[in-house]
Design a protein around this ligand. Structure first.
Ligand SMILES: CC(=O)SCCNC(=O)CCNC(=O)[C@H](O)C(C)(C)COP(=O)(O)OP(=O)(O)OC[C@H]1O[C@@H](n2cnc3c(N)ncnc32)[C@H](O)[C@@H]1OP(=O)(O)O
Ligand SMILES: CC(C)C(=O)C(=O)O
Ligand SMILES: [Mg+2]
Length: 569
């Protein structure tokens, strides 16, 4: 491949690395998250959102707790313009859909007629941020705008002055300004600083009316540390720093949008623009869901509500008409699921440990500190159930199928039985090449251990037990062995040993080596399951029984082991 056609970033842009403190910094509180789905995300869709979709998306963002929302590019299309007018009407009617603590942002290029149209769209809104942009890097200046550094500066200055005049003409509205030097990450640092500082001055930014400088990685060009250095340079050198909100706007061309945003916050960024689930131009804008939940997973309040992430995903998928990938961090269908054996084993041990520790510390499980292997956060925190956490296929081991049988069907298989049943499951899933659902596992368990398909060999036609005054148990039965029925009787120190004695009388030698039973279900529907490991002749087999009577379940378990051994013949 002709890799020599491409140049490393250091040949494309000068990056100041003189002062760098971001590597030692920590993120201890959430930056201001600003979703740009209705503008940057929308402009990347084959079918841009109509008013209904925009409104649904907007309502979702408000309900999640976003306080600044970029709602469109009003000079671009009638739909975008009309949506801002729709919001202005909501505001005029005092509709709670546009709460007092939410500010809309509208986006405009540095063209006077389009700035006019943008201001027209926000007429009547009590507050808004007008976001001005122009590309500043050499390639864009030369190739796209056909203007020199000084000329681009003049265009921006003129546009910014025009905005200031339009805002001054509306003294009752709180209109703030935002500037984005598009392609910031490819722009000479001294130039971008000069432009930003010029606008801070022109707009007369102050701590109570700050200006936002939004520094985009319009197209990612380098590893995230380079973006962090670029942001830290601006953070250190911007004039009237306390009157500037330093914002970042990463894209994801190298797949490192999230890392860029995180390092940028370490480097001094106070505000992050992005889209939910990373929609946006080309490979997308940085994903705000991942960013916020990354903070959450560090014990930092993300300030956004993700407690029902699937509901969020449903709205976003509907509005964007794009699916969220099954592997998408936190939100994908498969991200809390383990198919592989050792992961499942660790997760089920982790769940048990978590429950124990919560009980010991007197905390509800949903409040206890989280430390479950392979699960960065508790899926329940974002509204997920534990149902999908463990799924079984040919890559799974005993832990996974035992977990599913226990949590979904109430069967707590004895530890000694698990490796054997795991092999049965493995064979079935290898044969089918498919996943085995919890229901299929249960049916396989029944077919293997409860009704092993050799009923014709040894069948128990009728039976009774009683207890002699000396404490010995008696088992009286009619057995059908290999098609021939006969009456038998056995004695033992319990009903099961008496049953084994009756089997011996019928010529079947059985030693019960291991035995366990427990209740299944709750209330009136409770059943018992019994597991018995028996030596039948030379063979050792597990059997199981399920019945409303513990004794019947136990007898069935022994009989199933006998039939599985197949030695009665
Ligand atoms: C990184 C980003 O996301 S930037 C945002 C991109 N988003 C969009 O473009 C979506 C909405 N855009 C639109 O609907 C249209 O582009 C409009 C309505 C804004 C303008 O449409 P048109 O007037 O037909 O122009 P067109 O789309 O071809 O834009 C190119 C012109 O804008 C100029 N231009 C590009 N960016 C800017 C800017 N930020 N400020 C001023 N002029 C700009 C170009 O130099 C070019 O000028 P030229 O015609 O003199 O060569
Ligand atoms: C903030 C604007 C200009 C943008 O979307 C970008 O540069 O990616
Ligand atoms: Mg963008």
């Amino acid at each position: 491949m002709p890799y020599h056609r491409y140049r490393p970033y250091q040949e494309r842009v000068n990056v100041s690395t003189a002062q760098r403190s971001w590597p030692g910094a920590r993120i201890e509180r959430a930056p201001l998250w600003v979703p740009v789905d209705l503008r940057d995300g929308n402009q990347a869709l084959a079918e841009p959102m109509d008013t209904d979709r925009k409104r649904r998306f907007f309502d979702l963002l408000v309900s999640m707790g976003f306080k600044e929302i970029e709602v469109g590019y009003p000079s671009a299309s009638r739909t975008d313009f009309d949506f801002v007018r729709h919001l202005a009407r909501l505001s005029a009617e005092g509709d709670a859909a546009l709460p007092d603590d939410v500010t809309v942002v509208v986006f405009t290029p540095a063209r006077p007629e389009l700035i006019d149209r943008t201001f027209e769209s926000i007429e009547g809104l009590p507050r808004a941020v007008v976001h001005l942009y122009i590309p500043t890097s050499p390639v864009w200046r030369d190739m796209v705008l056909g203007r020199s550094r000084a000329e681009v500066y003049d265009v921006v200055e003129e546009a910014a002055a025009h905005m200031a005049r339009l805002a001054d003409a509306r003294p009752h509205a709180d209109i703030r300004f935002q500037f984005a030097p598009e392609t910031f990450n490819l722009t000479e640092p001294d130039y971008v600083l000069e432009v930003c500082d010029g606008l801070t001055e022109l707009w007369d930014a102050s701590p109570d009316r700050p200006v936002t400088h939004n520094l985009p990685a319009t197209v990612e060009i380098a590893t995230p540390n380079v973006y962090a250095d670029q942001i830290e340079y601006m953070h250190r050198h911007l004039a009237r720093r306390d009157s500037v909100i330093l914002s970042v706007h990463p894209h994801n061309d190298r797949g490192t949008g999230v890392a860029c945003a995180e390092l940028a916050v370490l480097a001094g960024a106070q505000r992050v623009e992005g889209c939910l689930f990373g929609n946006g131009e080309r490979t997308g804008n940085v994903d705000l869901v991942t960013l916020a939940l990354n903070l959450y997973a560090q014990g930092v309040d993300p300030m956004i509500d993700f407690s029902d992430i699937d509901a969020v995903r449903d709205v976003v998928e509907y509005c964007n008409r794009l699916p969220v990938h099954p592997r998408h961090p936190y939100a994908g269908d498969l991200v809390h699921t383990a198919f592989s054996g050792t992961h499942q084993d660790a997760i089920s041990k982790g769940f048990a440990h978590h429950a124990r520790r919560a009980a010991e510390s007197g905390l509800p499980e949903r409040e206890a500190p989280w430390d479950v292997p392979y699960l960065p956060i508790d899926p329940a925190d974002i509204g997920r159930t534990y149902e999908a956490v463990i799924r079984v296929n040919s890559q799974s081991g005993k832990g996974g199928m035992a977990y599913l049988l226990q949590t979904r069907h109430g069967l707590d298989l004895p530890r000694g039985m698990r490796p054997e049943f795991s092999r049965v499951v493995q064979e079935a899933t290898d044969d089918s090449g498919q996943e085995a659902t919890a229901k299929e596992l249960y049916e396989l368990f029944r077919a293997t251990y409860v009704a092993p398909g050799r009923e014709g060999e040894v069948a128990l036609c009728s039976w009774t037990t009683d207890r002699a005054p000396d404490g010995a148990h008696r088992f009286v039965c009619t057995l059908q062995v290999g098609g021939r029925a006969g009456d038998f009787e056995g004695v033992g120190n319990g009903p099961l040993s008496a049953f084994a004695d009756a089997l011996a009388a019928a010529g079947i030698t059985v030693d019960i080596l291991d035995y366990a039973e427990h209740a299944v279900g709750e209330g009136g529907a409770v059943e018992a399951v019994a597991y018995a490991r028996c030596r039948v002749g030379d063979a050792v087999r597990w059997g199981a029984g399920l019945d409303t009577s513990v004794l019947t379940a136990s007898v069935q378990a022994v009989l199933a082991a006998v039939n599985r051994a197949g030695t009665a013949r």
